[in-house]
Design a protein around this ligand. Structure first.
Ligand code: NAD
Length: 316
């Protein structure tokens, strides 16, 4: 059993991850400023030590980090579009914030650190599939920030003998994502509200998707591998899917195959084609997604339906 501090543990990925960590026998402390997350996202808030604090408050992170064996750092602002609108806010939250979490880990003597990085936004418009050897050329402040964070992760691993693993997530889908701003959330809310699905651009842009349970299995494998030094791995579905195809699958799993779709101009910062190869994560961590995109979309839709009926709110 390990004691783990998880930043951003009340968000989408965090709230899915913490029960799985507990099932693996780990003792979990959550640090979250509740800007996007909520205690209500957790399976049972009583089961976790919850610290309400901001990652930019290094002393608060230090106090929470003391006595832990590892930190899983998820807290961040995750929107590419918002990072283009407000790059300074994104920098302060994601880059400065990550610096303080790394610094607190070093000061607290926490030797192991897992960082939530990103695939597409970090690499930019490279010819896919991308992998750990692809040269990163981010085209959004969000992607640039994650690359800067990986730089600090690598530097801390080498300067202070820490084990730091950066996991580059694909686009993640699954339950507890009502508050997110990504395409899947927008598509499902549009269907529920009987409004047209909006696609930015012509729908030919591609992404790859990973169901949150598969992602969390990858995060736990990255944690438990305890690789020395700095390592980066893509955790991805490995299948290139166009946004238009994603909208079609969303409508199909929702039983709304003839739902209206409209097109608006492409937004800055969003990459044209992206999917990643997860061979390295497979070889080193044994990572292999189990849930197909169609299965994951159906599971996600079922969660949206039951969540919407619980909160009686169908507003986008
Ligand atoms: N969801 C995806 O598809 C995806 C893809 C690639 C990478 N990621 C990365 O995974 C991580 C988790 O993403 P998510 O989808 O769960 O996002 P989320 O917004 O649902 O969760 C982030 C959590 O961090 C908290 N938080 C934000 N800023 C904070 C701060 N300054 N101090 C303390 N807490 C703070 C929020 O309250 C929230 O609970 C992020 O780092 C994100 O960049 C996510």
């Amino acid at each position: 059993m390990s004691r783990i501090l998880i930043t951003g543990g009340c968000g989408f990925i965090g709230a899915n991850l913490v029960p799985m960590l507990r099932n693996h026998g780990h003792e979990v402390t959550i640090l979250d400023n509740m800007s996007k997350g909520s205690r209500d996202h957790l399976d049972d808030p009583q089961l976790y030590n919850i610290v309400e604090a901001d990652i930019r408050d290094e002393e608060a992170v230090l106090a929470a980090a003391k006595g832990n064996d590892a930190i899983i750092h998820l807290a961040a602002y995750g929107s590419v579009v918002e990072s283009v609108e407000n790059p300074l806010e994104n920098f302060k939250m994601n880059v400065e914030g990550t610096f303080h979490v790394l610094s607190a880990a070093r000061r607290a003597g926490v030797g192991q650190f897992v960082f939530s990085s990103t695939g597409g936004a970090l690499i930019g418009n490279a010819v896919p599939p991308v992998d750990e050897c692809s040269v990163p050329r981010p085209i959004s402040p969000y992607g640039a920030g994650k690359l800067a964070c990986e730089g600090y992760c690598c530097a801390f691993a080498h300067s202070y003998d820490m084990s730091v693993t950066a996991l580059r997530f694909a686009n993640v889908i699954g339950p507890i994502s009502w508050h997110k701003k990504g395409a899947v959330t927008a598509f499902f809310k549009a269907i529920m509200n009987n409004k047209p699905i909006i696609i930015y651009g012509d729908g030919a842009a591609t992404r790859d998707f990973l169901y949150v349970e598969d992602l969390c299995r990858g995060i736990i494998a990255g944690l438990e591998a305890k690789k020395p030094g700095f390592n980066a791995f893509h955790l991805a579905g490995g299948r290139e899917v166009s946004v238009r195809e994603l909208a079609r699958i969303a409508c199909e799993v929702a039983g709304a195959s003839d739902h209206e779709t409209i097109f608006k101009p492409k937004r800055k910062g969003e990459v044209e084609r992206n999917f990643a190869n997860f061979d390295l994560a497979n070889q080193v961590l044994g990572f292999s997604p189990q849930i197909t995109l169609e299965e994951g979309m159906a599971l996600t839709w079922n969660w949206y339906k039951s969540y919407a009926s619980d909160i009686h709110a169908f507003k986008a």
